[in-house]
Design a protein around this ligand. Structure first.
Ligand code: CA
Length: 224
């Protein structure tokens, strides 16, 4: 799961990133509005935490621009205490939720899980698709009573496919989600990990399978 934090108070941004990294999320933190917009447009995030008062573009400007472009990634606005107006304006512009600063780690995690639950079949720590499930805290892939542990990279890749089951994911999208911008993701790595995952799906006896969409990318299908 990839989370973008757009927040100019560096301490808050880095603190939130630390909490989320500890929970197994991948995070990027940026500290001004223009970077925020760039990252959202090219980063393929599952959730965006967006501050309102930002240098460059403010949070409302960013939200309006991305919704106008048809980007429907869930956005949780970070608003200062007492700014009720901010909440209303944010929700009107297409924010999915808001958090009032200061917030604690538990509240942050609960809100994020609630947003993700709306887009995926996620109960407690278990994400399911077709006949397989993965435990988001132990990285176990399961079908029935057969289970196998996934590496972190395998887990992130399968999670991405499961959250978009039945849809074709371009290779670039998967690489950006799993490796981010500046790390070592490339097409060869991607293919290697897909083959690892296929072996593990086979090991647990899953019907769900990763289908190669020639020249485009991959999709997770129900299989037979
Ligand atoms: Ca701010």
């Amino acid at each position: 799961m990839r989370v973008l934090i757009v927040e100019d108070e560096k301490e808050i941004a880095d603190g939130v990133a630390g909490i989320l990294n500890g929970e197994g999320y991948n995070t990027d933190a940026v500290y001004d509005g223009e970077d925020g917009l760039d990252y959202i447009l090219y980063g393929f995030y599952d959730i965006i935490l967006l501050d309102v008062m930002l240098p460059g573009l403010n949070g409302f400007d960013i939200l309006k621009k991305i919704r106008d472009k048809g980007i429907s990634t869930p956005v949780i606005m970070l608003t200062a205490k007492s700014q009720v107006e901010d909440k209303i304006q944010g929700l009107n512009l297409g924010a999915d939720d808001y958090l009032t600063k200061p917030f604690d780690a538990g509240e942050l995690l609960a809100r994020i899980r609630a947003r993700i639950r709306n887009t995926a079949d996620l109960s407690e720590n278990v994400l399911s698709a077709y006949d397989i499930s993965i435990d988001t805290s132990t990285y176990q892939l399961k079908k029935g009573d057969k289970a196998i542990k996934l590496s972190k990279t395998e887990y992130q890749m399968l999670e991405c496919l499961m959250m978009n089951k039945g849809q074709i994911l371009p290779k670039n999208t998967i690489i950006n989600k799993v490796w981010g911008f500046d790390e070592s993701g490339d097409y060869n790595n991607l293919e290697v990990y897909v083959s690892f995952l296929r072996k593990k799906l086979k090991f647990v006896g899953a019907s769900a399978c990763i289908v190669t969409q020639k020249g485009v990318g991959y999709s997770l299908n129900a299989g037979v």
